[in-house]
Structure formats: structure tokens, C-alpha cells
Design a protein around this ligand. Structure first.
Ligand SMILES: [Zn+2]
Length: 449
């Protein structure tokens, strides 16, 4: 027993970090009989807890620049107060739509965990925008803007006054950009100056773009929305040498499909993006919903660690991924919404937790039928993987009322696929296949086949 206490004493005096302790104790433990090992393990746990407590207790004194923690969020009528455990100098806010949200960035603060709701606030989420800036996102019950902001005299509390506004005023606020609080002469700005004088461009909040529709205006022809995957700061998959990016090939193929569909004259067509811009996954789907699209096709190119992997595949939405590869793909494609650890889309990736209602189930069946048709019509010219139709929980496909598929056109990690995907001929072949499938799809739906 004396040996044991000696060991504990040695552990407590010699180790400076829990990692050191663990390694040292592991060495000591190997030499002890099993009963003593058990006792030692128990004592060690207590000792680690005490160590952690002592660290926590000394932390505020050890660093004058430690980040402020969010100590509380109080919601009262139209005001929300965020309290911090130490002063923060500034904060900024901007509004986002689809869904309507107010985001608050607080430099010098650590991401919080406090859930708060009430009044205009439906729910609260937290993120770390960067290593120094906490982000709090309030999801709103109705469109609202920050009409006033005030720091307490000790700068440990920020009180925002929210005002409900009309959709059009909210849209204007989205365009207006960021409001900065806590500096003399408050101003709205799309960039924020971080301590140290570095200006960090932030994703400018902006209204949801509603892209132009190609095709006879006012016609009753079905509308197909083509979504070029990724874009902007999100390159998607990269070729083996890193020089070719998925976002570029996705856009080229999406344009080829648009041109082919427009030329056919049987449908109207719109692109979610026609240039190199970033859209959150939910926005892509929302564009299709706003335009009252009849079909949504998201265009991507895959990559895999195995350079031999090649061929196209088609994904439709499902509560349960059809296999491990499908689950991995969903994780990869859904990741586009996370920037610096902050979830931009505000969606739970766990598709099983999302209620898929009857409307969506019907939509899923139509999507699945279209996927089969698409593979059939593309197959003469486009190489598919074996079991090419898969099911996965892809955020971009979750419009409950728009049949949607995600087309992985091939692997840019495979040299042969890479060459094909970037060739105009192959892009045209893909577009022709899509056009034939789209025509058959709507012909069938009209005749009720
Ligand atoms: Zn992709």
C-alpha cells in the first residue's frame, strides 16, 4: 500500500500534463498486482479530476487574453441579451434567409452551448467562426432584424433589440450586410477587422438568388433546375494532381445540360448557379422550390482514394443509406455547408432524425423512377458503375415536393474519367442522355403511364 501512495505522489508531482501522467502510470501499473491496479485506477481518476479542476481554477489568472465564454442568453419580449463571463469589445450581426436567421459574431469569445428560444427566436445554434470568434445563430419564428444593440457598461452583456419586419424589408436587410456593434461610430460593413488589423472577408450575407429561367416565358412546360455542385470557396473533389476541380466540371456539364434542354424546347430550365459562386446546400434546393421546379438534378463528379474507381452513379434521397459508400458520399457532399467548423446550412446531417412526410415519400418514388430512366438513357454513351443507383441522405435532395436526383458523372480521381469529364464531347453525351430521360419522364407523367 505504501508503494501505491508513493506511486500516486510521484504521479502528482512529476507529471505536468494529464498525458504525461497517463503514460507514466501505465508504465508503473504493469508492475503492480491486479487488486492494486484496480485501486490505483480509481485513485488515478480522482487525481485527474482534481488536476483538471486545478487547471480550470488557474486558467483565468494564467492568461489575460483567454477567450470570453458565453455565460447566458436571456430572451425577454423583443430583446435578447447575451452574457459573457468577461468583457468583449465588439460584436457584429447579419441576417440570412432560407430559413430566416440572425447571426451574431463575437470576436474574442468561445463557442457557447446555451440553447434559448422564445418570442421571435425559434432556436439557437452555436459555432466557432474561427479560432477567436464565436458565432451564435438565432433561427427566427418570423422575419426580424436587429433594430438596436447595446453593450452593458462592463461590456459583459450585449442586448439586441429585434423587430419583426415584412419579407421585403427582411430581404433588404439581408442585402445590407453586417452591422457592427461596440465601436465608436457603429457602421454596417461586409468585412470585419480582426484584432491585429487583418481584414477577414466573411461570406457576405445576401438574398437568395432566383436565377433566370430559359424557355418560353409563362408557358406551362415543366421546369427543370440543374444544380452545378460546389463552387466559390468549395472546390469539391480534386484530381490526383490537384489541378482539376469538381466545381468547374460540374458547372460545365450543368451548362451543357441546360443548353441541350433549352434547344429541345420541351421544358424550361434554370441553373442554381451559372458562375463560380458558393451556395449553401439548402439554398440550392430552395431555388428549385421557389421556382416551383418539376425536377431537380444536382451535377457532381466523384473522387476516391483508389484511382481505379470510375463510372457514373445516381443518388436519390433515402432515410437509410443503401451502403457504406453511399453513406460516405452523403457525408462528403453534405460537408459543403460547414465552413471553419460553423454549420452554414443549419441542417442535421443525421437523415434518420428528419421526418420524411408522405409528400416526400411520393417525391422519393418519382425521384427513384427518374434515376432509373436517367441511367437507361445515359448508358449508351456514359459508363456507369455496377449498382449505379444508390440511396443516401443528401441534404441537397431534401426538397419535399421536387423530385430530385444527384448525378455523380464520374471520378475525377481516375485519369480516364478525368479526361472524359473535361471533354466537350463527353459533356455533350451526358447532356443528351439527360435530355432524353427528361423528355421521357415528363411524357410518362403526362400520359399517367
Ligand atoms: Zn460533389
Amino acid at each position: 500500500m505504501a508503494k501505491l501512495w508513493l506511486t500516486m505522489h510521484a504521479a502528482n508531482t512529476l507529471c505536468r500534463r494529464p498525458g504525461d501522467c497517463r503514460m507514466m502510470l501505465r508504465r508503473v501499473i504493469t508492475y503492480l498486482p491486479s487488486a492494486q491496479k484496480l485501486l490505483l485506477a480509481m485513485l488515478f481518476r480522482l487525481s485527474i479530476a482534481a488536476f483538471a479542476l486545478s487547471l480550470a481554477a488557474t486558467a483565468p489568472h494564467s492568461s489575460a487574453h483567454a477567450a470570453a465564454a458565453i455565460a447566458g442568453i436571456d430572451i425577454a419580449a423583443d430583446q435578447v441579451t447575451v452574457r459573457f463571463d468577461r468583457p468583449v469589445a465588439t460584436a457584429s450581426a447579419f441576417v440570412l434567409n432560407g430559413p430566416n436567421r440572425i447571426a451574431i459574431d463575437v470576436p474574442g469569445a468561445q463557442m457557447g452551448r446555451i440553447a434559448a428560444a422564445g418570442g421571435l427566436i425559434a432556436s439557437t445554434r452555436h459555432g466557432q467562426y474561427d479560432s477567436r470568434t464565436a458565432r451564435i445563430v438565432f433561427e427566427l419564428t418570423q422575419p426580424a432584424v436587429v433594430s438596436g444593440a447595446e453593450f452593458s457598461s462592463d461590456h459583459q452583456a450585449l442586448t439586441l433589440t429585434l423587430s419583426a419586419v415584412t419579407e421585403s424589408l427582411f430581404a433588404r436587410a439581408v442585402r445590407k450586410g453586417r452591422q457592427l456593434f461596440g465601436l465608436p461610430g457603429e457602421r454596417a460593413s461586409a468585412t470585419t477587422t480582426q484584432p491585429g488589423g487583418v481584414t477577414v472577408p466573411l461570406d457576405p450575407p445576401r438574398p437568395l438568388p432566383v436565377p433566370p429561367v430559359t424557355g418560353a416565358r409563362g408557358s406551362r412546360r415543366p421546369l427543370v433546375v440543374i444544380d452545378a455542385g460546389h463552387g466559390g470557396h468549395d472546390p469539391g473533389s480534386l484530381s490526383a494532381d490537384g489541378s482539376r476541380r469538381e466545381k468547374d466540371v460540374a458547372l460545365a456539364i450543368a451548362r451543357a445540360i441546360r443548353d441541350e434542354l433549352a434547344a429541345s424546347g420541351r421544358v424550361r430550365v434554370a441553373l442554381t448557379r451559372s458562375d463560380d459562386r458558393f451556395l449553401v446546400l439548402g439554398e440550392r434546393r430552395e431555388i428549385a422550390r421557389r421556382l416551383k421546379a418539376d425536377l431537380f438534378i444536382s451535377v457532381h463528379a466523384d473522387s476516391a482514394p483508389n484511382p481505379a474507381a470510375r463510372g457514373a452513379s445516381i443518388y436519390t434521397l433515402s432515410e437509410v443509406a443503401s451502403d457504406r459508400v453511399a453513406a460516405q458520399l452523403a457525408a462528403k457532399e453534405n460537408r459543403a455547408d460547414v465552413l471553419n467548423g460553423v454549420d452554414l446550412g443549419g441542417e442535421n446531417n443525421d437523415v434518420s432524425s428528419i421526418l420524411i412526410d408522405l409528400a416526400q415519400r411520393e417525391t422519393m418514388n418519382i425521384s427513384s423512377d427518374f434515376a432509373s430512366l436517367l441511367q437507361r438513357e445515359m448508358s449508351p454513351t456514359v459508363r456507369f458503375k455496377d449498382s449505379a443507383h444508390k440511396f443516401a441522405g443528401l441534404i441537397v435532395l431534401k426538397a419535399p415536393d421536387v423530385p430530385s436526383v444527384l448525378l455523380e458523372t464520374g471520378y475525377i480521381s481516375n485519369p480516364d474519367d478525368l479526361q472524359l469529364l473535361f471533354s466537350r464531347d463527353y459533356q455533350h453525351d451526358i447532356a443528351v442522355g439527360v435530355r432524353k430521360a427528361v423528355e421521357t419522364h415528363f411524357a410518362r407523367r403526362l400520359t399517367g403511364e
